[in-house]
Design a protein around this ligand. Structure first.
Ligand code: 4AD
Ligand code: MG
Length: 460
């Protein structure tokens, strides 16, 4: 179909006084005595373009009302004119084709719907301004991430979705199986043998282990793809399917990787500030007043850094009553993370050197024997957005850790090999794409930054 993106037409001089054909969906409309107006959106930008219908031309009331119906899809031929307000152009319609009519049962009527209601219509909610803006930013954010790594000499590698190991060791792996219930099967081992791969398999929780393999040859790599966790928690920050960006860097220690994570966060936010002006303005006005200033501040200021041990002291002295206990050796809960970043530091903060026992098996053990060279980046409003560590590069220490945790050695044989053949210090992190999106849009529920969220007991 011959048509021009509305974005090209709404601003600038290029098409003024010219005849154009455009397509789009009616977002709002207005009918008055001699003229009618429809705000058209074709997805090329967040803002709508006004189409003016002169009733002397469109004198068939029934046809006109079908063009003005909310949600209707139109193809409009007309002349581009300077609008009365500001520099927005509008289109004076001459001919209209109704591509797809839309009746009054259309669920997105002209009012502010609740987020809960919009979640019940995942196939339509992207046509609302809010979700239109969210998915525009999601796209730009993904692009900015690729751009950051590409310009800094990283290779984009693809780690497998189906894996045989549990990288985080948290027992949250979704099983991949083709074998149904069979009462004759006596044991789990027998069951797994009969299965597709002749062994147990699952959906990856992280591309890290394969990323480490690639980094030991390509030096600097990143993966960027879907990861899956059968997390039984029904929170606004957890999804069963989410995207992770996972760089892995050879010859880098914990301080180097913290520097890389900081540069990446600043760089991608800077890109969004440059490329998502209308969307961020929309979120600033509707969802998080001060959002743009917050993001600019992140780009311009230093991130905080605090030792886990000191963070525990800060929490203990906070005078706050937390639901979960605060004790050295216990993991930080969301309420603790939020206090540290929202109230105490009031900016992004790296919490460094967590107790070994509460973190994953692969993290580099510090000389104190109690902590690991690991850090989480916490941000106001969301909490943890990055999990990061230097990896244990010593064969014996890693082997001992795997055994102590009762992990199946054969699943990690290749991973251990990396520590036998030219082992080097290396580090990496995982940024949750949706958590980052929540931070940059002010959306407070992860279900609202994924078009088709998969969470406990919910798959539409
Ligand atoms: O801290 P995590 O578990 O770290 C890893 O998976 C490492 N293997 C990453 C690495 O070093 N390559 O997860 C990393 C990030 C978290 O900080 C969070 O942003 C996000 O992934 N995340 C989730 N996001 C949405 N829903 C969930 N259930 C998430 N679990 C983790
Ligand atoms: Mg984590």
């Amino acid at each position: 179909m011959q048509h021009i993106d509305l974005k090209e037409i709404r601003s600038g001089d290029k098409y003024v006084s010219k005849k154009v054909t455009v397509c789009g969906w009616v977002r709002t409309s207005r009918d008055s005595k001699n003229v009618a107006f429809a705000e058209l959106n074709d997805g090329s930008e967040l803002l709508h373009t006004q189409v003016v219908f002169d009733k002397a031309v469109f004198d068939d009331d029934k046809a006109l009302s079908s063009y003005l119906a909310l949600g209707a899809a139109l193809s409009v031929e007309g002349i581009v004119e300077r609008g009365l307000k500001g520099d927005c152009n509008e289109i004076r319609a001459e001919k209209v084709e109704l591509l797809g009519g839309c009746d009054t049962s259309y669920p997105l009527q002209k009012k502010r719907h609740s987020m809960e209601y919009l979640r019940t219509i995942p196939h339509l909610r992207v046509r609302s301004n809010t979700f239109n803006a969210v998915f525009r930013v999601r796209s730009e954010l993904s692009h900015a991430i690729h751009e950051f790594f590409h310009k800094n000499g990283y290779y984009y590698v693809h780690s497998p979705i189906i894996t045989g190991s549990d990288c985080e060791g948290a027992g949250e792996v979704f099983k991949v199986t083709t074998v149904g219930y069979d009462p004759t099967v006596k044991s789990e081992e027998e069951y797994n043998k009969k299965d597709f791969f002749g062994r147990s398999a699952g959906l990856t929780v992280s591309g890290q282990l394969e990323g480490e393999v690639m980094a030991t040859a390509l030096g600097k790599i990143y993966t960027f793809g879907p990861t899956f966790r059968a997390e039984n928690s029904n929170t606004p920050r957890h999804a069963a399917e989410f995207w992770q960006v996972e760089p892995e860097v050879a010859f880098a220690d914990i301080d180097d990787i913290i520097g890389i994570a900081t540069d990446m966060i600043k760089s991608i936010i800077d890109s969004l500030l440059k490329n998502c002006g209308p969307e961020l303005k929309f979120f600033d006005e509707r969802f998080e007043p001060g959002l743009i200033a917050k993001l600019q501040h992140v780009v311009d200021s230093e991130f905080a850094r605090v030792d886990y041990t000191d963070a525990i002291e800060i929490l203990k002295k906070s005078g706050k009553t937390f639901v979960y206990p605060v004790e050295w050796g216990l993991d930080l809960q969301t309420e603790h993370e939020r206090y540290l970043t929202d109230e105490y530091f009031k900016k992004p903060v790296f919490v460094v050197n967590y107790p070994r026992k509460i973190k994953s098996f692969y993290m580099k053990q510090n000389a104190d024997g109690k902590t690991v060279a690991a850090t989480d980046l916490l941000v106001p409003g969301v909490g943890e957005i990055i999990g990061c560590s230097e990896r244990e590069a010593d064969y014996d220490k890693l082997l001992k850790e795997i055994k102590e945790r009762g992990m199946k050695l054969s699943d990690y044989a290749n991973y251990l090999d990396l520590r036998k053949f030219g082992s080097v210090p290396h580090s990496g992190f995982g940024l949750g794409l949706e958590r980052m999106l929540m931070y940059v849009t002010g959306m407070s529920n992860i279900r609202d930054v994924i078009e088709f969220p998969r969470t406990k007991d919910d798959l539409k």
